[in-house]
Ligand binder design. Structure first.
Ligand SMILES: *[C@@H]1O[C@H](CO)[C@@H](O)[C@H](O)[C@H]1NC(C)=O
Ligand SMILES: *[C@@H]1O[C@H](CO)[C@@H](O)[C@H](O)[C@H]1NC(C)=O
Ligand SMILES: *[C@@H]1O[C@H](CO)[C@@H](O)[C@H](O)[C@H]1NC(C)=O
Ligand SMILES: *[C@@H]1O[C@H](CO)[C@@H](O)[C@H](O)[C@H]1NC(C)=O
Ligand SMILES: *[C@@H]1O[C@H](CO)[C@@H](O)[C@H](O)[C@H]1NC(C)=O
Length: 382
């Protein structure tokens, strides 16, 4: 009896060793690394999160342009949990008033963000440990099987996979999801936070000196004080606060001295900058729809996506309590993630479209249908 237990243990150990030899696993910190010329990306199964993204700056140095923590074990413990470069799901962003209706049946979701549901409430995907189902030197696939009602009011099992790969200075992201049993809302995104200076600009840790261009996005969704779309679609006049369409040289902070900037993202005037949704209108296939750049590092980041718009969130709620990674910042000068020092750019479907039939969005999926999402970020120099 004891002999066979030992034998089983030895066979299991041999299998582990064999697996380690044929397919590399994570490094000793728990990060999976993929790379290609000009780019190196690292991931963890928690939230299927990107922890580090290295690209070349104007001096030819590798700089880490996304937020994260050095300590992989800290991600699940962080009380602030800003969804650092994770996959929120099964329905990212807000569900208004904590409810939606499918085929005449109203489902109640958890109100975890004032009157609304944010990122599907408790047990949302950004707090799950995904399975790694494929891994090579330039690609990794994470998967999740989400049980029915694991997030309150989201019924039916959902199976999803997220593939990240890199080629020549480009980070590719591809997601698919299927609802196996019944109709359910599906809306995914990659919640990437950037600071293209890696917090090493001695002049400022803030994001306002980055330029941002959304050539196909003069239109955006009006939002209420809780960042929930009201249903109205507005058009930004050139040089107005929400204009990032009219010129490629608009700074992210171009409107920071205009009246209204201080309360532009709601919270009864407490949220400065941006936390809203811009529509992408009439972009040709594979067009660059967002260009973020910084003169300090010389880095530009260009988004291509099959999604109809992007959320821009300029990190108003970062309160300086989170410590930067060792790959970022300047000792004694910039060491913390301070207010308005980063920008999350999240390609996704229209937020709360599940409650706006007049928008005519496809956000409910049933058995036999596949949800698809695809984007890429290409890095280069100005
Ligand atoms: C997501 O789920 C976790 C774990 O259940 C929970 O602690 C957290 O508050 C949830 N996040 C949101 C935004 O509701
Ligand atoms: C990972 O795979 C195991 C074994 O198939 C399964 O029990 C578990 O639920 C999966 N985890 C996720 C997050 O789907
Ligand atoms: C879903 O879970 C909630 C508790 O989180 C429970 O109150 C509700 O009855 C469940 N719904 C179904 C259909 O199981
Ligand atoms: C890599 O990208 C650069 C810049 O976009 C381009 O000039 C070069 O031809 C690409 N190389 C390959 C192998 O695709
Ligand atoms: C806004 O005001 C600050 C401080 O007076 C100034 O440094 C900055 O250049 C101004 N920004 C713009 C875009 O006008």
């Amino acid at each position: 009896m004891r002999f066979s237990v030992l034998l089983v243990a030895a066979v299991a150990e041999a299998a582990v060793i064999a697996r380690e030899c044929e397919a590399p696993g994570p490094d000793e910190d728990g990060r999976y690394t993929i790379s290609a010329p000009g780019i190196k990306a690292q991931f963890i199964p928690y939230g299927a999160s990107l922890t580090n993204l290295f690209v070349k700056d104007k001096n030819g140095k590798d700089i880490d342009v996304v937020l994260g923590y050095d300590d992989v074990a800290y991600y699940p413990k962080d009380p602030g949990h800003p969804v650092y470069n994770a996959i929120p799901g099964r329905y990212a962003n807000r569900i208004g008033k904590g409810q939606y209706t499918i085929d005449g049946v109203t489902y109640k979701t958890e109100k975890n963000d004032g009157e609304n549901t944010l990122h599907s409430g408790t047990n949302n995907w950004s707090f799950r440990t995904f399975n790694v189902t494929a891994f090579s030197s330039d690609s990794i696939t994470f998967s999740i099987l989400d049980a029915s009602n694991s997030s309150q009011g989201m019924l039916g099992r959902v199976e999803s996979s997220i593939t990240y790969s890199v080629t020549n200075s480009t980070w590719h992201i591809k997601m698919t999801a299927k609802s196996l049993d019944q109709k359910t809302p599906l809306l995914l995104t990659q919640h990437t936070y950037f600071n293209l200076d890696a917090y090493r600009n001695p002049a400022t840790p803030k994001i306002w000196d980055h330029t941002l261009h959304l050539p196909y996005s003069p239109r955006y969704l009006e939002a209420d004080q809780g960042a929930l779309p009201t249903g109205k679609i507005l058009t930004a006049a050139p040089d107005s606060i929400n204009d990032f369409a009219s010129s490629p040289s608009l700074l992210l902070g171009h409107a920071r001295n205009l009246t209204g900037f201080g309360g532009n993202c709601g919270a009864d005037g407490a949220c400065e900058g941006y936390n809203g949704y811009w529509l992408i209108d009439g972009a040709p296939k594979d067009a660059v729809v967002v260009r973020l750049a910084s003169a300090f590092s010389g880095v530009k980041a260009e988004l291509r996506t099959d999604q109809p718009g992007v959320v821009l969130y300029s990190c108003n709620w970062m309160d300086g309590s989170a410590v930067l990674k060792g790959t970022q910042g300047i000792k004694g000068v910039n060491e913390k993630v301070v207010r308005s020092s980063c920008i999350a750019i999240e390609a996704q479907e229209w937020p709360d479209g599940v409650n706006h039939p007049e928008w005519n969005r496809k956000q409910v999926y049933g058995p036999g249908e596949t949800y698809n999402w695809e984007s890429s970020w290409t890095f280069g120099l100005l």
